[in-house]
Design a protein around this ligand. Structure first.
Ligand code: ADP
Length: 321
């Protein structure tokens, strides 16, 4: 195991649990006697040298906090070779021999490019979208699902009182996973996600089926990657005359205290990332895959597509008849 100086940054969209991962990187590194540095504002801060040494107390009292104490940013400059060269020379100036990048697939593309130029980089999947291959769950996904499930409960109350339908638009970019898992856990009548074709006719049929047996509410979960919530509400009202409201949950899904699941996942992945760097590894992602903590080459991760859980989708449809 090599003694080295390691820096950690968060990049792209933030996710609850990123702080727990930062804490795990810092504390594991310090435990092994390494110097740990924090980089502010993702790749932008790496280019600009916004880098500071971390101590045990730099990461005290953060395991339960949402967001990221290191802040995050999107850096156009880093996508260019010149930008990455600047980042690389800043790493040399600060004596950084290993870098941990916590972020999504965009951040991993940047991390792969940087390791192609000689840096030692390990990625940790931190995004609420759960859209990264070779990991069961990304850090932040479980918290986001729980936030949506809580919102479904609240909306269901008012929807029942008024005998309405409600379309709830849920985040996830091009992935339907938050919609799918929250829809199953929240007992939604319909789940509309980018991975599966859906029709307004089918949604209307399910609403009417529920109404005919005395159901007072209809919850339709619509992934943002599908879009068109207001158009769908109008179409439902025109077709079956059921008053239909739209709720766009938005950024509430990105914040909040991480669940125990996300904290544990982040802690395990943070520690593993440091160990891999100490072994001399680079250009890899750490992930919990099929319930085990493993590592995969960025090339493999970035060339693959996250498997869609058709079993969960079918189950949600069966249970919401
Ligand atoms: P996420 O990591 O959440 O997917 P982004 O896609 O915004 O978020 O990526 C975060 C940052 O990673 C970008 O601002 C950019 O600096 C870097 N990045 C994204 N895509 C690439 C790419 N193809 N090549 C190099 N760097 C990239």
């Amino acid at each position: 195991m090599k003694k080295m100086n390691i820096a950690v940054l968060t990049s792209g969209g933030d996710a609850p649990g990123m702080n727990a991962a930062i804490r795990a990187v810092a504390r594991t590194g310090i435990f092994y006697g390494l110097k740990i540095m924090g980089v502010k504002k993702g790749y932008e801060g790496l280019i600009n040298g916004e880098i500071f040494e971390m101590s045990l107390s730099s990461v005290a009292d953060i395991i339960h906090r949402g967001g990221t104490i290191l802040q995050t940013a999107r850096s156009k400059e880093f996508t260019t070779r010149e930008g990455r060269e600047k980042a690389l020379s800043m790493m040399k100036i600060f004596g950084i021999q290993g870098l941990v990048v916590i972020g999504g697939d965009g951040s991993f593309r940047g991390a792969r490019d940087l390791s192609g130029m000689g840096a030692h980089v390990i990625g940790i999947p931190g995004t609420i979208d759960n859209d990264i291959p070779f990991c069961d769950y990304t850090i932040g996904f479980d918290t986001a699902v729980n936030t949506v499930v809580e919102a479904i409960g609240r909306i269901r109350d008012t929807t029942s009182s008024h005998n309405r339908a409600n379309i709830i638009e849920v985040m996830g970019r091009n992935s339907g996973d938050i919609s799918l898992y929250a829809g199953l856990a929240g007992g939604a009548e319909s789940i509309i996600i980018p991975e599966v074709d859906a029709s307004v006719e089918d949604v209307c049929k399910r609403i009417m089926h529920g109404r005919n047996r005395g159901k007072l509410h209809s919850i339709i979960i619509l992934a943002e990657g599908v879009g068109g919530a207001f158009e769908m509400a109008k179409a439902i009202e025109e077709k079956i005359s059921v008053e239909t409201r739209v709720t766009i949950l938005g950024h509430v899904q990105r914040g909040g205290s991480p669940t125990a699941f996300d904290r544990i996942l982040a802690s395990r992945l943070g520690a593993k990332a440091v160990e891999l760097l100490m072994e001399g590894q680079t250009s890899k992602m750490v992930g919990q895959y099929q319930n085990e903590i493993k590592d995969f080459d960025f090339d493999k991760v970035l060339a693959s597509k996250k498997e869609f859980s058709s079993e969960i989708y079918s189950l949600a449809r069966i249970l919401s008849i």
